[in-house]
Design a protein around this ligand. Structure first.
Ligand SMILES: Nc1ncnc2c1ncn2[C@@H]1O[C@H](COP(=O)(O)OP(=O)(O)OP(=O)(O)O)[C@@H](O)[C@H]1O
Ligand SMILES: [Mg+2]
Length: 336
């Protein structure tokens, strides 16, 4: 077993912006703008950040649902960045994604049984329909649904049940790695907890590795062993999740932690909110891209972009300064 199932090096995904009759490229959306990280076999690796910072694009690019602009993706020791066709298909089987919205990811005209069997047929994983059906029924059971629901349509299910179907579909090819892109964000809190428990137990039972994308810090804290904090296409901090919460080192991480509502309903206001909006990924600021919203920013931050460096073992931070946040208001109040 390899230590790192995924190794991403200097990954970029820029979307061209075209205009005019000839569709010339005028500019780029720098959705993922030079990130490096690895995901250990068997772990749940969290990716957190505000809306639009590039989380989904990163998840899609890592499994090559979106082609990277440059950089490399190593899967289980093999560089898959340039693989195409049949060779890539083998890897596509191993890497799956579950989206936020099970309403959008399931075809309303297709029974849930067909939805789960479809990838098995596409990848030639089963000999015939009978085998596919029995596998699909087993998967329904595995995700906590009744196998008798095989012939029902998505509209006959609740949001949580539909997300269970989406998970069963993702499992249909016996994957090793699953990108979970806000898998519970569209669900009620009580249902959310059930789906999170299901995902945790499936990971253990099936030896899965997850990349868990969320903007919900409480969920990240509950689910992830290590976490990357993304800001405007870059990873600005990576560490064990407990360190991210207890000893954050990037001013953005600190601001993000503080902008979460307090769990006590009587104090349901933001502790300190993050001020200003995320700058556009089309016109990325020079120097440190967080500087306009950072109360610690200096001239150096305008002149020079910091690099992600390992400030303590396994704790990486992209900031020019080692700021002492210990006197700031307590930030680690978040519980699931
Ligand atoms: N196919 C695309 N073409 C052009 N721009 C895109 C495309 N997909 C994403 N983007 C842009 O890339 C940036 C990052 O988007 P992305 O969806 O990855 O962010 P996100 O962190 O997942 O946001 P959210 O939390 O809202 O889901 C955004 O500015 C978005 O508009
Ligand atoms: Mg997203």
């Amino acid at each position: 077993m390899v230590e790192n199932l995924i190794e991403v090096k200097d990954l970029y995904k820029w979307f061209p912006i075209r205009s005019g009759l000839l569709g010339r490229v005028k500019n780029y959306v720098r959705a993922v703008d030079g990130v490096s990280f690895s995901i250990k076999t068997g772990e749940t690796f969290g990716v957190v950040g505000e809306s639009g910072c590039g989380k989904t694009t990163l998840g899609r690019t890592v499994i090559k649902l979106t082609e990277p602009t440059s950089g490399s993706i190593i899967y289980s020791g093999r560089d898959i960045t340039k693989l195409k066709g049949r060779k890539m298909k083998e890897y596509k089987k191993k890497m799956q994604i579950v989206f936020q919205d099970p309403y959008a990811s399931l075809d309303p005209r297709q029974t849930i049984g067909s939805a789960i069997m479809e990838p098995m047929f596409i990848h030639g994983l089963v000999r015939d329909r009978k085998e596919a059906r029995s596998k699909a029924e087993f998967l329904l059971e595995q995700v906590g649904l009744n196998p008798d629901h095989f012939s029902r349509f998505p509209h006959e299910f609740s949001g949580g049940q539909r997300q269970r179907v989406a998970i069963a579909r993702a499992l249909s090819l016996n994957p090793e790695f699953i990108v979970l892109d806000e898998p519970t964000s569209s669900l009620d809190v009580s249902v959310q907890a059930q789906i999170l428990n299901l995902l945790s137990s499936l990971r253990r039972k099936l030896n899965l590795t997850y990349m868990f994308i969320s903007h919900n810090l409480a969920v990240i804290r509950q689910m992830c062993q290590r976490t990357a904090v993304m800001y405007l296409g870059r990873i600005v901090e990576i560490a064990e999740t407990s360190r991210i919460f207890e000893n954050p080192k990037h001013p953005y991480t600190v601001a993000l932690l503080k902008s979460v509502p307090l769990p006590d309903p009587k104090k349901r206001k933001m502790l300190v909110s993050l001020e200003g909006d995320v700058p556009s990924p089309v016109n990325v600021p020079s120097g440190c891209r967080f500087r306009a919203r950072c109360k610690y920013a200096t001239e150096l931050c305008a002149d020079k972009a910091p690099e992600l460096i390992e400030i303590e073992k396994d704790h990486w931070v992209e900031c020019h300064y080692d700021i002492d946040f210990s006197r700031e208001a307590k930030v680690n109040t978040i519980t699931a």
